[in-house]
Ligand binder design. Structure first.
Ligand code: ADP
Ligand code: MG
Length: 714
């Protein structure tokens, strides 16, 4: 039997680099396929454009007249570029983006017709998207509603209209709607607090710069790894002799084939208006990063999702399989999506930019306090079956929430706590990145902040615990909301003090001081990867929740039910529906991985080991006849035979528990059974036996591409 794995190796050894060539001047194509605000301004009547801007900033509804004007302008623009179809592009709770293309053609609007109604609202047959029971199938209607705050764009020959997805009864069924609602809450709460300092502030928005990590594996290998294709991660695979221990990959020179991919990817991103700027090798072999400039958060989340989609398409053209999965390979780093987050006012002030004033102190301290008070929910917001493999693994922040502030800022807050006086030297460098020339940046601080799930990095927070494949809208929605909630409380406390006769600044200082003291436990600048931190965190009362089904429970705690409702992000029904969907998704993912492990063990691993055993036994008989047999060879046969037996036995035990888990009634119960009775009880042990076999069975018999091949051959 021809070994397909060896054929793949041959194919890859002969691969030609797909040259992309010189991308040309970015200024000539940046945004060419994006119907940006500038284009709207140029094509719409001033009065109409004013209405659009207003809708973006206040979240107000577009009237039909304005919609007609936009529809007509965007259609002419698109048709001139050869576009034939349009689609409402939305983010259902499957975690992927969804699209259904329609031609610019209808009996009402004619050939190349496109009306305002078609722009603002559509009714895709959404009955197959998860709704957590919100839509009964007999009223399975869901609507997509145009979101004017995210630019329309063209891909291939289709016009993409970013939309929110809601049910017939108005309940949210997607990731975008709650994010937009959280932004409303943040805007309201933050503007109210800004008014203490600056009367001209009337609009506050969050910004996000998501750094995206990913792996590129040759397509020929991926085709032979059903686990990689179906689940995004390898369920088996012995560690290669060389992994990332030499640390020779991080920021190393980018391999030629990969660089060609990156060039094309960047051009494609820039064309649709995604401002990508940064590219480099990551720590693990075959791992890379791409990062855009930050944007308004709703646009940034859309752009991240779109970028992931473009990445898949471009990777394919370069004969790569791309994985955004949080942990595609055991024993080397996984992929995160570091969410750089800040808040900015309409007057252009970044509220987290260090300045020697109460204004900065207020926002810094409120974010810290928000994370301290709501660490559980923040932890839950990044929970997924995939991220569980990464969090707490040796390269990723642990499942314990904490905040890294860096030495300089910590000193400032400690002094404030001790003296009641706030003083910040604006000339100091608050970006404690390990450039040893900077006096405030001792070298080990770099690595330290890298181990923190939530690190202050100069003028923003970097939420590092977010997973690579996640729609980061959920993490950002939670962050926006808890900060909004905290700012609302802050305002109430300050106002109460003012009412009781305190001067405004004294009142602000007093509440800030109290917050600095009461939120101290969440601040940690040490090594988040260490065992001591786990113990220290427990002493501080910080929770360590390693598993998604348990973390998700925080979402439906009464405290949070009320908070979501208070800020208009979710009503109780919506929240519980989402909780059900997430638990269900977890159960399904572990179920699929488990079945795949069973299948691969029985149909690939055991047959390969048996074939090799057969050869060994035949050889052994020959040796015996020649009087040249050795005990060690017999031992090898025994060891392999024993492992085959063990694999079979473990598969059966796992299958029995899987069936039990599948039969559980409630969604959360099912998820927890899959987590504790299937995954933790069986996966690792079965994998160990299989991986051991991989190191014993002759190379030419082994069917699955090996780590050393997938991670190092390109
Ligand atoms: P590093 O890898 O050192 O953390 P990168 O340069 O890869 O840094 O990414 C930093 C990200 O932070 C970029 O996307 C950048 O645009 C973003 N960023 C910078 N300032 C802000 C801000 N005020 N709000 C949100 N994101 C920001
Ligand atoms: Mg980076």
């Amino acid at each position: 039997m021809a070994n397909l794995r060896l054929r793949a190796i041959e194919e890859i050894a002969n691969r030609k680099v797909v040259r992309y060539g010189v991308p040309g001047k970015a200024s000539e194509y940046y945004g060419e396929n994006c119907f940006s605000l500038d284009k709207m301004k140029a094509t719409l009547a001033p009065a109409v454009f004013k209405k659009v801007k207003q809708a973006i900033e206040t979240g107000s509804k577009l009237d039909l007249e304005t919609a007609e004007a936009i529809a007509s302008a965007v259609k002419s623009w698109a048709v001139n570029k050869g576009v034939t179809h349009y689609t409402h592009w939305f983010q259902p709770l499957t975690g992927l983006s969804a699209e259904k293309h329609d031609a610019f053609f209808s009996y009402l609007s004619g050939i190349e017709g496109f009306s305002g109604k078609q722009l603002i609202q559509q009714e895709p047959d959404g009955s197959s998207f998860p709704s957590g029971g919100i839509r009964r199938t007999n009223e399975a209607r869901g609507y997509t509603i145009y979101d004017p705050s995210s630019p329309i764009f063209i891909m291939d020959t289709t016009l993409y209209i970013p939309t929110a997805f809601v049910s017939y009864t108005g309940e949210t069924l997607d990731y975008k709607t709650p994010l937009l609602k959280s932004l409303n809450a943040l805007n309201k709460a933050a503007v109210a607090v800004c008014k203490y300092f600056d009367d001209k502030v009337n609009y506050v928005y969050a910004t996000l710069g998501p750094e995206q990590e990913y792996f590129l594996i040759d397509k020929a290998f991926a085709a032979l790894r059903p686990d990689l294709v179906l689940t995004g991660r390898t369920v088996y695979g012995a560690a290669p002799a060389k992994g990332q221990q030499l640390e020779d990959q991080y920021f190393g020179s980018i391999p030629g084939r990969v660089l060609e991919f990156m060039k094309e990817l960047e051009v494609e991103c820039l064309k649709v208006g995604i401002p990508v700027t940064t590219r480099h090798n990551e720590v693990a072999p075959s791992q890379y990063e791409i990062a855009p400039l930050f944007e308004e958060i709703n646009v940034a989340v859309d752009h991240n999702l779109l970028m992931m989609e473009i990445m898949r398409k471009v990777a394919d053209r370069h004969n790569f399989f791309i994985s955004h999965h949080e942990k595609p390979f055991a024993k080397v780093n996984g992929s995160g999506k570091h969410n750089n987050w800040s808040i900015t006012t309409n007057t252009g002030r970044n509220l987290l930019e260090p300045q020697n004033d109460l204004y900065f102190l207020t926002f810094l301290v409120n974010v810290i306090k928000a994370v301290h008070e709501n660490a559980d929910l923040l932890r839950a917001s990044i929970a997924s079956a995939a991220n569980d493999y990464r969090l707490g693994a040796n390269e990723a922040p642990p499942a314990i929430m904490s905040i890294f502030l860096g030495e300089t800022l910590t000193k400032v807050l400690d002094e404030f706590e001790a003296t009641g006086k706030f003083k910040l030297d604006e000339k100091k460098n608050y970006m404690q990145f390990g450039i040893s020339r900077l006096p405030d940046a001792p070298k080990d601080n770099t690595d330290r902040n890298r181990t923190s799930p939530f690190a202050f990095t100069g003028n923003k927070f970097e939420y590092r615990a977010v997973g690579g494949s996640a729609n980061c809208g959920t993490a950002m929605m939670v962050l926006n909301m808890i900060v909004a909630d905290q700012l609302t409380k802050f305002k109430a406390e300050v106002d109460a003090l003012i009412k009781s006769g305190k001067k405004k600044n004294d009142a602000i200082l007093e509440v800030c001081l109290e917050y600095v003291k009461s939120s101290k436990a969440i601040r940690f600048d040490g090594d988040g990867y260490s065992e001591e931190w786990k113990k220290e965190a427990a002493r501080r009362g910080l929770k360590n929740i390693p598993d998604t089904p348990d973390a998700l429970d925080f979402f439906i705690e009464k405290k949070y039910e009320e908070m979501f409702e208070r800020h208009g992000v979710f009503n109780k029904r919506e929240l519980h529906a989402r909780y059900e969907i997430w638990q269900e998704t977890y159960a399904k993912k572990v179920d699929i991985e488990t079945k795949l492990m069973e299948e691969l063990a029985m149909t690939s691993i055991i047959p390969a080991a048996m074939a090799y055993l057969n050869e060994l036994c035949t050889t052994m008989e020959g040796l015996k006849a020649a009087g040249a047999d050795k005990k060690e060879i017999a031992d090898l046969i025994k060891e392999i035979a024993h492992l085959v037996g063990e694999v079979k036995e473990r598969v059966e035990a796992m299958r029995a528990d899987r069936l039990k888990a599948e039969a559980k009634e409630g969604t959360a119960e099912r998820a927890k059974a899959f987590c504790h009775e299937v995954k933790h009880k069986h996966h690792e042990k079965l994998r160990e036996a299989v991986d051991k076999l991989e190191t014993l069975v002759a190379d030419e018999f082994w069917p699955l591409p090996k780590y050393r091949e997938m991670l190092f051959m390109r």
